[in-house]
Design a protein around this ligand. Structure first.
Ligand code: GLN
Length: 508
């Protein structure tokens, strides 16, 4: 056990410290709550904290740990007593669950999402609900009704979206790990811009039950943490079949630490035999020099670890933004029709009749980006335009998935940048939705194909802001991808760097 603050412990080290009573869950939870009290007013990472509820869970975890002494390491999914931040898109019983929207500003969830239930069963502590783009629509966290999140590396720039609160909370050591969701890049992009690790699993691996729906055929939850090893531990808790989600996949239970733990050999080339595909389309115009250089350096590191490089092509990936921005709004327009002011959520104070009540509640309750998506979605689904837009988009979606099928005949994983640049200035793209949508260029095709994708820290740009390396795997290859990321993290130290001034002299 390293002799340092638990703020720097990996999840396994934390679990070990909890099991050996070097620290209690209540102490750990208090420590994070105190840090949140110090930093949240600046970073705006949490929308809701509830010390009473978090500490009750921590006391419960301590009681469970006291009974369970024999349960020492190694553990594969032991999160008992560990404080986790939950993206505010997951319903958590008795917690305010806003999805970053005025529409749900006062909504107290009456039940737990499957993901929350899994963490509760594991004995983890819910440390609070993290800020996010409204209904997960955005790439910068600026569409949140609760205000933008600040990037812990530089308060003038965005943390990335939509899971920006979770990414910033992990980077600023305001939780041990966090959850996110990724419809078009919302785990990977903020992970890249905040210098942390995040994985979006294969579609269907993590249940969407109780996760407020944006675009159901694309939405997938995943963990955000400091290292690939931590992600694997988190995913062991989050994944698994759930009959309440009709797209949840029934597969044999997986141990996502499998490959990481198997590769304990001291070989200097632990990845020999691994074929890395580099898609030419990911290194073309629009990629900033510093990101291109950092990715190239990471590939050289991978070659040192024994991997070989194959040039591949994903010819239809250039169409992924227009395709996504037809399909995602179409699904969103349908999903968001449930917010009608009748059953739950915001209701306008004054209205003349039922139709007026619907109109005013939705007009006042949704922000501009959400309204834009609802209008686009309604348009592309409407009679006369459905074939021209929605059906065409679905056809191209198939071609995008086929490109990946073809690529994975030539390589085991695909690598490239996660984002075209490092974090941009707050407000910089606010007036230009198309510019904002272009930030998704490298992440969206992965969602359209339903593949797993992750981002890990791989250096810093000219402006000292973090850069992410994206790793895309074939369906259900998460354990392999996590090990590919882990081997890189064993050889480099980008993932352990922390933002400046994030820990004060009192250790807070
Ligand atoms: N930036 C994309 C969008 O705004 C993706 C968001 C997400 O993955 N939730 O739709």
């Amino acid at each position: 056990m390293p002799n340092q603050s638990p703020l720097h412990f990996s999840l396994r080290q934390l679990s070990s410290a909890l099991h050996t009573k070097k620290i209690s869950s209540v102490e750990l939870t208090q420590m994070y709550l105190e840090r949140i009290a110090v930093h949240n007013s600046t970073l705006n990472v949490y929308i809701t904290t509830n010390a009473e509820m978090s500490l009750a869970q921590a006391r419960h975890a301590d009681a469970r740990l006291a009974k369970n002494n024999s349960h020492a390491l190694p553990v594969i999914s032991n999160l008992t007593g560990i404080p986790i931040a939950q993206k505010d898109i997951f319903c958590a019983k008795d917690w305010r669950t806003t999805c970053g929207s005025k529409m749900l500003e006062n909504f107290i969830a009456p039940y737990d999402a499957h993901v929350i239930q899994q963490f509760n069963e594991a004995g983890a502590v819910n440390l609070g609900k993290t800020n996010m783009d409204e209904f997960a629509m955005g790439s910068s966290n600026e569409t949140s009704y609760f205000g933008a999140v600040k990037n812990p590396w530089n308060h003038d720039v965005v943390p990335g979206g939509s899971s920006g609160g979770s990414a910033a909370a992990v980077a600023a050591r305001l939780c041990a790990a966090a959850t996110g969701t990724d419809t078009g890049g919302s785990i990977r992009q903020p992970a890249a811009l905040c210098g942390i690790s995040g994985i979006k699993p294969t579609y269907g691996v993590v249940s969407r039950y109780g996760m407020i729906a944006f675009a159901s055929s694309l939405d997938q939850a995943g963990p955000m943490a400091r290292s690939a090893e931590d992600l694997a531990l988190m995913l062991n808790t989050m994944a698994g079949f759930d009959e309440r989600d009709s797209t949840s996949l029934q597969r044999p239970p997986e141990n996502y630490l499998r490959d990481i733990d198997a590769k304990q050999s001291s070989s200097s080339q632990p990845l020999s035999g691994l074929r890395i595909g580099l898609p030419q389309e990911f290194f073309a115009d629009g990629l900033s020099d510093d990101v291109a250089q950092a990715v190239a350096a990471a590939i050289v590191e991978y070659q040192k670890l024994g991997a070989t490089v194959v040039n591949i092509s994903l010819p239809n990936s250039k169409l992924s933004i227009p395709v996504y921005y037809v399909i995602a709004p179409a699904e969103a327009s349908s999903n968001l029709s449930r917010f009608d002011g009748v059953r739950y959520g915001y209701r306008a104070k004054e209205y003349s009749d039922l139709t007026d009540m619907y109109q005013k509640s939705r007009a006042q309750g949704f922000g501009a980006e959400v309204k834009r998506r609802i209008m686009i979605g309604t348009y592309v689904l409407s009679h006369g335009y459905y074939d021209a837009y929605y059906v065409q988009a679905q056809k191209i979606r198939r071609l995008i998935a086929q490109d990946f099928d073809h690529a994975f005949k030539q390589c085991d994983v695909i690598m490239g940048p996660t984002t075209p640049s490092t974090a941009f200035k707050l407000g910089e793209k606010g007036d230009d939705p198309v510019q904002m949508y272009l930030s998704d260029i490298y992440t969206i095709a992965v969602n359209l194909a339903g593949l797993p994708g992750m981002s890990i820290p791989a250096g810093f740009g000219k402006n000292k802001l973090p850069i992410g390396l994206q790793i895309i795997g074939n369906y259900f290859s998460e354990a392999q991808m996590l090990n590919v990321a882990h081997c890189y993290q064993q050889a480099t130290d980008w993932h352990v760097r922390i933002p400046p001034n994030i820990i004060n002299d009192r250790g807070l």
